[in-house]
Write a protein that binds this ligand. Structure first.
Ligand code: E4P
Length: 218
């Protein structure tokens, strides 16, 4: 399973990358705005900066909603760096654009996915990644993890190459459950990745080992 970090914060991307287990980064317009990255050129420069920190796929989202606009933006984004993945919303024009990018060898991440039907459409268009939003599904009283399982099963039934990238992850347990369900990728806040380290028996066991070593060795 690939680990992506879901942030535009450079310090967090560096910290995740330094762990040695990071495979990629996802961003979205809200995450960029949260970091105060505004203006077309600053946004493009920020994507390049992220690509220079870590060697893995970096999702950069378009803000157009018509085919020509998505295509124009996507081509500019893809031209920035070899690791850029064009992130496209799950709308009719987006699916058409995903097909165009796929036919032209440009990687895509189909975002804002909330149903199995949407997942089928994106896979048929040749999306590289599909991002179902687990946490946001949970927020509505539905089951985000069940959606991941359903999509994984459908993709396996037909041998679709699109990778299931579980997004909107809210905690460490979401990551473990996604691994059980066979998601190809999880994109998570750094805190959810760091949460995987935690176990009280690890902490107490280490304390005991170090204390016994000190007693025996002075
Ligand atoms: C996916 O790529 C999105 O950036 C992200 O996971 C959305 O998460 P949120 O629901 O926490 O905003």
């Amino acid at each position: 399973m690939k680990f992506f970090v879901d942030t535009a914060n450079l310090a967090q991307i560096r910290e995740a990358n330094d762990l040695g287990i990071l495979d990629g980064v996802t961003t979205n317009p809200s995450l960029m705005a949260k970091e105060g990255i505004v203006g077309q050129q600053n946004i493009l420069d920020h994507y390049v900066e992220i690509c220079n920190i870590m060697d893995g796929d970096v999702s950069a989202e378009v803000i157009s909603t018509d085919f020509e606009g998505i295509k124009r933006e996507g081509l500019i984004l893809a031209d920035l760096h070899k690791n850029i993945v064009v992130k496209v919303p799950m709308i009719k024009e987006g699916v058409k654009a995903i097909k165009f990018f796929s036919d032209n060898g440009i990687k895509t991440n189909c975002t804002l996915v909330f149903s199995a039907g949407q997942a089928i459409l994106a896979a048929k268009a040749g999306a590289t990644y599909l991002s179902p939003f687990i946490g946001r599904v949970d927020d509505t009283g539905w089951d985000g993890l069940q959606l991941i399982g359903q999509i994984v099963e459908i993709y396996r039934n037909y041998g679709f190459q699109t990778e299931v990238l579980a997004a909107s992850i809210r905690n460490s347990n979401h990551i473990i459950k996604c691994a059980e369900l066979g998601a190809d990728v999880v994109t998570c806040p750094l805190s959810s990745i760091l949460g995987l380290f935690k176990h009280p028996l690890t902490d107490s066991g280490l304390e005991q080992f170090l204390s016994d070593h000190k007693k025996a060795n002075g």
